[in-house]
Structures are given as C-alpha cells and as structure tokens.
Design a protein around this ligand. Sequence first.
Ligand SMILES: Nc1ncnc2c1ncn2[C@@H]1O[C@H](COP(=O)(O)OP(=O)(O)OP(=O)(O)O)[C@@H](O)[C@H]1O
Length: 222
Amino acid sequence: MIELRRVNKYFYKDTEREVHALRDIDLAVATGEYGVITGPSGCGKTTLLNAIGALDAVDSGSITIDGTELSGLDEGARSRLRLEQIGFVFQAYNLVPVLTVRENIGFIMKLRGFAPEAIEQRVAEVARLLEIEEKLDAMPGHISGGQQQRVAVARAVAAKPKLILADEPTANLDSRNSEHLMAMMKQLNAVEKITILFSSHDDYVVEQARRIIKLSDGQVVP
Ligand SMILES: Nc1ncnc2c1ncn2[C@@H]1O[C@H](COP(=O)(O)OP(=O)(O)OP(=O)(O)O)[C@@H](O)[C@H]1O
C-alpha cells in the first residue's frame, strides 16, 4: 500500500546548514502491517512519517499510497487524503482543550460528515476498545497523560482510516502506560485491519512491532 522509491529530503538545501534528512529511501509497507521506525535521535524518523503522511513534500523520489503519487497532488488533494485515509497520533496529543473527550474522539468523523448517530456509536465502540468510556464527558485537561494519549489514538482510529501514523506515541508515558497503549495498538491492527506505522526509540515498544525499520543518518539500515 505504501511505496517509497529513492526518496530524498533536505532541510536548508544548498546552504551551509544543509541537512540531508532522508537519503535514497526505498521502502514498501504492505496493507495490514504493524511496523515501527526506529533509530537514534535525528536519524529522520519524524521526517519520514511526515513525508508518508503527506504533511511535508520531499525533494526527489516517489511516495505512493495505494498507487496515488503524493507529489502529484495539490494541497487540497493532500489534505483530503490526510483527512480521509490517514489517522495521525503525535507526541503532543493535540487534543482540543475546549471539547470533551467524546467530542475529541468524534472530531475527524464530524469533519468527514458522518451522521451524528454513526459518530455516537463509533465513539462508544473505540472508547470501549481503548478503555476510556468512563472519561467520555471529561475535558482533556482533567484526565491523565496516558488517558489523553489513548484519546488521541481513539480519535485517529474512529473514522476507520486505512493507515495510522504515530510519531513516538509513548514518548510521554511511563512504562505501564506505554505497555497498555502498545497492547491496544496491536489489537486495533488485528481487529480493525488498519496499517500502523509508528516511530520509537524505546526498546520495549520496538519489540512489540511485527516489523522493524531501522534508520541511521537518513538511510534505511538493511
Ligand atoms: N523543520 C526542520 N528544519 C530543519 N531541520 C530539520 C527540521 N526537521 C528536522 N530537521 C533535521 O533533520 C534531521 C532528521 O530529523 P527528525 O526530526 O526526522 O529525526 P528523528 O529521528 O525524528 O529525531 P528524534 O528521535 O529526536 O525525534 C535532523 O538532523 C534534524 O535536525
């Protein structure tokens, strides 16, 4: 489903500060895979996830999602692709502080025009799966960090995206909450058949993935 060919990405290109953040990346991720991108700080994990998620353009090479070449899309088409096909989970959970947990989880579905009853039903379903049903009426600022991260995951999966991209989803969690979140992501991958790609440099988290993609200095380590 995701295919990268000879992908290169620079920051500050052609200046003395130039960083060659992704170097000739070749990578294929099949539908239904549960993979982790790992490697030391600065090796390019976030840059790679942002490129696959059509958040950032690359300088050369090709990235396709189900055959759609990302560089061929204008900004409107890219944002539609993100909204309709990809669920994002960021390190900073990016929940909307003035909305309840329930409204946050249903947020993407609402943007996509799902009917209120369908949203209600699906929010209840994912809240059960992620064990946050009791917090549905709370505001994000009044629940724990681990619960907030689970809400962020629930929001990403609620609209049934084909793909979930998670950048260091356990970075701000203690080991118990990390384990809990990983177990839930694994279950989502198995039950909902969503392709999941996340980044981490936590050994425990990395071991949970079915596929490990190692990056070093912007290159995939064979
Ligand atoms: N917006 C940016 N502007 C300039 N340089 C950047 C930018 N984003 C990333 N870089 C540089 O690109 C390289 C790859 O960074 P990236 O954030 O992808 O690494 P990472 O593996 O995700 O690191 P970490 O584990 O610390 O989050 C680094 O050298 C970084 O300094």
